[in-house]
Design a protein around this ligand. Structure first.
Ligand code: PLP
Length: 512
């Protein structure tokens, strides 16, 4: 090192400049924009029919190191969990340990989904054990692994609730009650399920208002959907009373599991009186979010609702003597696990057993952490949120919160604050939601970050808190991509990459 790097001073202690690789006046060109060579394909080499085989393909003329450098550069031009913390409240963007990827990459994890039950006993065992793990963690009697995301899990849960009511000749129940601070998917789920949404106001403490709940409940109530701790990170202290009230009215209590990492190993939705819940494995159990999927949103239910679960489910073989007499394995081993259709199933909601590799990662994570590790994760998630909140200058109006808190940007625009935080080398929190907090900064540091990282995050918050509108409105200025024209992006989206002139102004709006 030459010692040329300037000494960091003042707010520069959290300064960060994203890499900008420029070639021929363009940011790092895409592979398809590089020097291409047309390569002929010998059709006789292809196992595919001729009409499905391309005659030639254009490939970039690059050596292996050039290719590796291209991807390394791209990775330095963006922000990701491998660059720094990601305190997105509610989304729980925690670090996904690499060992779960190793487990998912084991040759034995890649089974063809159409193989016979008998030949994939290990696969079924893993699914069965994961069902059991999740059931035990949530205090639920049975679990389906099929739904491919939390929102899909909600939809399955609400379908199960309606099948249950219909089975009991109670199909007149046509309302689902949802707190106004709930996640948007709850409202969408209820509407998709054919229900009228009854919106529940919060009390002054940010929790369910029991009087409002009493007024909302009726013989038309199918379910109450609750997130606990709620989106302000607050535990619903009256949860057992809430459960009694809902059950008294003949409704079911639905648990949105997005915040389960606050309670992991300490408290269970089933013990609080919830009847049906989803698990966001990509939030609680460290599997990747994957840009909208593939994810997994297993659903757990209490005994009474198990006959309605999606089909098929995995269970230990009922008749291990091979009662149905089909395809006897050549080794004579009796299968230990089998698939079956629950009696009043709502049907199949996803091919096979859901997103298998995501489930493998969730299984690996839970098995590796064990009971003690899960309990430790929730402790640290709550500790980290409380430590971070105590260190920042922004006001946090609702307390005591658990794994996340909602600060208010006050006079500043929360979206501008978020953009400016990128300049300090951290990802911003979730903004402008829930709406109970003006200019909300919904922050969830997660259990994986160290005190040093939390201090850096706090320094970034505080640097932005001290800045004026002009600076905020021009942000971000140290990232490769600057502020986009959001209106144009929404109205006239250009969905393919176009390199911008790196010397142009922040806005860039008139160029694409
Ligand atoms: C993320 C989230 C959902 C939806 O889950 P997905 O897995 O993203 O579909 C539902 N409720 C809350 C509170 C959430 O944070």
């Amino acid at each position: 090192m030459t010692g040329d790097a300037p000494e960091p001073t003042g707010d520069d202690r959290v300064r960060y400049d994203q890499a900008r690789y420029v070639e021929d006046g363009q940011y790092e060109p895409l592979l398809s924009e590089k020097d291409l060579t047309r390569v002929e394909i010998d059709e006789s080499d292809s196992p595919l029919p001729d009409d499905l085989t391309r005659e030639s393909v254009e490939l970039p003329n690059l050596s292996e190191p050039e290719l590796a450098r291209h991807y390394t550069r791209l990775s330095q031009m963006i922000y990701g969990i491998d660059s720094g913390p990601y305190p997105l409240g509610s989304c729980t963007m925690k670090y996904n340990p690499k060992f779960t990827e190793d487990v998912a990459a084991l040759p034995s994890a890649s089974v063809h989904p159409d193989r016979s039950e008998r030949s994939v006993q290990g696969t079924l065992e893993l699914l069965h054990r994961l069902q059991e793990f999740l059931g035990r963690i949530g205090g639920m009697d049975a679990v389906t692994l099929q739904p491919p995301a939390g929102a899909a899990g909600e939809f399955v849960g609400i379908r199960i609730a309606s099948a249950y009511h219909e089975h009991n000749d109670e199909s007149h129940r046509d309302e689902v009650i949802i707190p106004e601070s709930a996640h948007g998917t709850n409202f969408a789920t209820a509407a998709l399920g054919g229900y009228d949404v009854v919106s529940l106001p919060s009390d002054d403490d940010g929790r369910v208002d029991l009087e409002a709940l009493e007024a909302a409940l009726s013989e038309n109530t199918a379910a109450l959907m609750l997130t606990n701790p709620n989106t302000l990170g607050l535990f619903e202290r009256d949860i057992t009373e809430i459960a009694e009230m809902v059950h008294e009215a003949g409704g079911l209590l639905y648990y949105d599991g997005a915040n389960l990492n606050a309670l992991l190993g300490r408290a269970r939705p089933g013990d609080m009186g919830f009847d049906v819940m989803h698990y966001n494995v990509h939030k609680t159990f460290a599997t990747p979010h994957g840009g909208g999927g593939p994810g997994a949103g297993p659903v757990g239910v209490v005994e009474e609702l198990t006959p309605f679960l999606p089909a098929p489910r995995v269970r230990e073989a009922v008749d291990s003597r091979g009662g149905d007499g089909n395809e006897n394995g050549s080794r004579g081993d009796e299968p230990a696990y089998e698939l079956f259709d629950p009696e009043h199933t709502i049907g199949t909601v996803h091919g096979y057993q859901g997103n298998w590799l995501v489930l493998v990662k969730a299984f690996a994570y839970i098995a590796r952490l064990g009971d003690g590790g899960l309990e430790d994760a929730s402790a640290k998630a709550v500790l980290n949120a409380n430590y971070l909140a105590s260190r920042i200058d922004y006001d946090v109006p609702y307390e005591p919160f658990h794994h996340e808190f909602v600060a208010s940007a006050g006079e500043q625009d929360a979206a501008d604050v978020a953009k400016r935080m990128l300049d300090y080398g951290v990802h911003p929190p979730t903004t402008k939601w829930p709406e109970i907090v003006p200019e909300a900064l919904m922050t969830e540091p997660t259990e994986v970050e160290s005190k040093a990282t939390l201090d850096r995050l706090a320094a970034a918050f505080d640097a932005v808190a001290g800045e004026g509108d002009e600076t905020l409105e021009a942000a971000p200025e140290r990232t490769t991509a600057r502020r986009i024209d959001q209106t144009s992006a929404a109205r006239n989206p250009s969905l393919s990459w176009q390199a911008l002139d790196p010397d142009s102004d922040a806005d860039g709006g008139d160029e694409n």
